[in-house]
Ligand binder design. Structure first.
Ligand SMILES: *[C@@H]1O[C@H](CO)[C@@H](O)[C@H](O)[C@H]1NC(C)=O
Ligand SMILES: *[C@@H]1O[C@H](CO)[C@@H](O)[C@H](O)[C@H]1NC(C)=O
Ligand SMILES: *[C@@H]1O[C@H](CO)[C@@H](O)[C@H](O)[C@H]1NC(C)=O
Ligand SMILES: *[C@@H]1O[C@H](CO)[C@@H](O)[C@H](O)[C@H]1NC(C)=O
Ligand SMILES: *[C@@H]1O[C@H](CO)[C@@H](O)[C@H](O)[C@H]1NC(C)=O
Length: 439
């Protein structure tokens, strides 16, 4: 079992009684509007600078009982600082006040070492208007702020607070080393999202599934030595998506990731990917998902490749992935999906894997021989309800190998589809119901 990073790294939660309140740096509680939001985000940056300069006062505090509008804060090159969010932060949601560009964030942390983000507070992303704008294609779907954007952060603990209704990803984290995330709550008003999709023709009423995701993922980490545990996530996209790393980063392959003791409502799975074939070699290795409860997920066990790439030049890889002790109750669509994925964008671009095998079948949802999937174990997986046991689709030219399905039980599904859809997957089955997915 992964050891707590706080213990492993000897990170001490600093004495929080001497925190630097953002009020001391010009923050204005209780005021709405762009000016207040900008002032408050600047106050947060200033408070971090003060913490970095202080000998003994290295905690930036959002005081309990206060509420602040915020915009965007950029933090870089700080060491051993703590961000204690006890109050409420509300993200300014007048879209015109945000730049019309990619790469937006509410909190951007880059080149940090020894970062703790803690507290019992809440960040309200007010994503609603962003979701509508994307559904209407008023803005490009990536031109929305992520709640947390992190790059090259080492020795990091994120714990205890709540994020809700993020405009885009909640936590997007690249090149992370030694990261522990625990006791977090992520919520998304998925009912609202569903309503928006239905209003804008992005919902398949026949299959009862959304045809477009809002990318309000929970945690999307890439890096090494990552431990995520004891969190609750309710959203309408990937709960945890372990992302590949590549030779573009210090850490060239995402590895040694453990995700355990998690409760997921709705959500599009505990996922790996998407992994593409490219010249930088997307790579994910050594990931364990354990003790996970899913309630009504769209997908639960989810490993996805992207199409494309040039043979001999481009490749990606996915290896040594374990899902153990997984309970999946009433999946809305696939309980298990291992294979090609690409979402249809609102403008109609992209392949139609969302509804596979409906809507075009194999030709619209091609497997990728340049991204082999090797050594995947599913152990003690119990699925009740839903429409299909699952899909495992690998390429004829590069079959999936080293798969083990041990005690994978699928009971009481409404047989809209007959059994598994499995192609070119090799390995051993033991106590699998229904049988005969792996050759
Ligand atoms: C952090 O500091 C290093 C060394 O000075 C510098 O190369 C890097 O660009 C800084 N990072 C950011 C995000 O400013
Ligand atoms: C975070 O939550 C855990 C579990 O509820 C609790 O034990 C711990 O004291 C909390 N930490 C802080 C700094 O409040
Ligand atoms: C894997 O990560 C955990 C933290 O999640 C760490 O305790 C452990 O030492 C790491 N293992 C290796 C081989 O680095
Ligand atoms: C399986 O996971 C559940 C939580 O989903 C947990 O309560 C139970 O103890 C786990 N079983 C084992 C054998 O670890
Ligand atoms: C797959 O597992 C086998 C047996 O444990 C191991 O020998 C092999 O190196 C693994 N493959 C990869 C790509 O890690």
């Amino acid at each position: 079992m992964a050891k707590s990073l706080v213990l492993a790294l000897g990170l001490a939660l600093t004495d929080l009684s001497t925190a630097i309140s953002i009020d001391e740096h010009g923050a204005i509680a209780g005021e709405t509007g762009f000016e207040a939001a900008q002032a408050n985000s600047l106050a947060i940056e200033d408070a971090f600078a003060a913490a970095q300069d202080s000998q003994d006062d290295r905690v930036v505090e959002i005081p309990a009982g206060s509420s602040y509008y915020i915009y965007s804060s950029t933090l870089a090159n700080l060491t051993d600082v703590t961000f204690k969010i006890d109050g409420e932060l509300i993200v300014h949601d007048t879209l015109e006040d945000w730049p019309d560009e990619n790469g937006l964030y509410v909190f951007g942390f880059t080149d940090m070492n020894g970062l703790i983000i803690t507290g019992n507070g809440k960040i309200n992303g007010q994503g609603h208007d962003w979701w509508v704008a994307v559904a209407k294609t008023d803005i490009a779907h990536n031109y929305r702020p992520n709640m947390f954007e992190m790059l090259r952060v080492t020795d990091c603990v994120i714990e205890n607070f709540t994020t809700m209704d993020s405009p885009h990803f909640n936590f997007h984290m690249k090149d992370m080393r030694n990261l522990e995330i625990r006791y977090m709550t992520i919520t998304t008003d998925w009912r609202k999202q569903e309503e928006i999709l239905k209003e804008h023709g992005l919902f398949d009423f026949d299959l009862n599934i959304p045809m477009f995701p809002f990318n309000t993922d929970g945690f999307d980490p890439a890096g090494e030595n990552i431990y995520i545990h004891d969190c609750e996530i309710e959203n309408y996209d990937d709960a945890v998506a372990v992302k590949p790393s590549s030779d573009k980063y210090n850490i060239q392959c995402t590895k040694n990731v453990t995700v355990e003791n998690m409760k997921i409502r709705y959500g599009v799975g505990m996922s790996i990917g998407s992994v593409s074939a490219n010249s930088h070699h997307d790579c994910v290795d050594d990931v364990v998902f354990r003790n996970i409860e899913f309630e009504k997920p769209f997908k639960a066990i989810y490993i996805k490749t992207n199409p494309g790439g040039e043979e001999g030049v481009d490749w990606g890889s996915i290896s040594n992935i374990v899902y153990e002790n997984i309970t999946i109750e009433s999946p809305v669509w696939y309980a298990i999906y291992i294979g090609p994925q690409q979402m249809k964008e609102p403008d109609g671009a992209g392949t139609g894997c969302m509804a596979y095998p409906f809507g075009g079948g194999d030709e619209n949802c091609p497997t990728n021989p340049l991204v082999p999937i090797v050594n995947v174990t599913l152990k003690d997986v119990s699925i009740s309800g839903g429409v299909t046991p699952g899909v495992v689709r690998c390429d004829e030219a590069a079959p999936c190998t080293g798969f083990v399905f041990d005690n994978v039980q699928y009971t009481s599904w409404a047989s809209r589809l007959e059994g598994w859809i499995c192609e070119n997957a090799e390995g051993d089955e033991h106590m699998v119901q229904p049988k005969n997915c792996l050759a």
